[in-house]
Design a protein around this ligand. Structure first.
Ligand SMILES: [Zn+2]
Length: 230
């Protein structure tokens, strides 16, 4: 196999530490903005400020507090991403996992999970290291190592949809937050990070919609829109 430039979860933690140092020094508090080489299609979004969450989560641990603060910082830049995408969502989502057919995906949308949670996406199984390509064009909103989700990439596409890909083993080292991606862009490699540890390696693929002006996150089922690449 050809060698590849990868970012592993440990590297993501280094990034978080660096960011934390920058924030502590007060030098900067902004998250990464989308690539300015792309025009603002809807400038009103660029100037928009997300309203406060209606039901802000209450942190029970220091780790949760840090995670919620991080989420709030990303939320401040979300409208800048909305400004760069078109209003009409992709009708079709290309199979993100190399070598897998849509017919091989077992529908687990809203299946019960531990702790009273329901499964807010679809799981696509493949060997560790299998490349994953973006199902749509869009911009990389967030690359993060979440405690539950594992190594995660979130992309914002047309129609203000957020595409959430997680449990990666690694992410290409040259994939950057704010970067424009196409359906040819490799955004990660299959793994078992986060709460997928101990399960067969897979991609968790989630899609989120909702009122963009309210910066709402509402999970929708990706499977009905998924198609094979060939
Ligand atoms: Zn899943």
């Amino acid at each position: 196999m050809a060698s590849r430039d990868v970012r592993r979860p440990a590297a993501a933690w280094v990034c978080l530490l660096v960011l934390g140092t920058v924030l502590a020094s007060g030098a900067a508090s902004a998250q990464t903005l989308p690539d300015p080489a792309w025009p603002d299609l809807e400038p009103a979004f660029a100037a928009h400020v997300c309203p406060p969450s209606e039901n802000p989560p209450v942190a029970r641990t220091e780790a949760e507090r840090a995670r919620f603060e991080m989420r709030a910082r990303y939320r401040t830049v979300m409208p800048a991403f909305y400004a760069k995408v078109g209003p009409v969502p992709d009708a079709l989502l290309l199979m993100p996992v190399e070598g897998v057919r849509v017919s091989q995906v077992t529908d687990t949308w809203q299946a019960p999970r531990g702790g009273g949670r329901l499964h807010d996406g679809q799981d696509i199984f493949a060997p560790v290291g299998t490349p994953v390509r973006s199902a749509t064009a869009g911009f990389v909103y967030r690359i993060d190592d979440l405690s539950l989700g594992g190594l995660t990439v979130t992309i914002i596409g047309d129609g203000y949809k957020r595409y959430f890909y997680t449990h990666f083993d690694s992410v290409p080292g040259d994939l950057l937050e704010g970067q424009r991606v196409t359906t040819d862009t490799v955004i990660g490699f299959i793994g078992t990070s986060g709460n997928a540890a101990g399960t067969p390696p897979h991609l968790h693929f989630g899609v989120y919609a909702g009122d963009p002006w309210a910066c709402e996150w509402r999970a929708i089922d990706p499977l009905p829109r998924m198609v094979d690449r060939d």
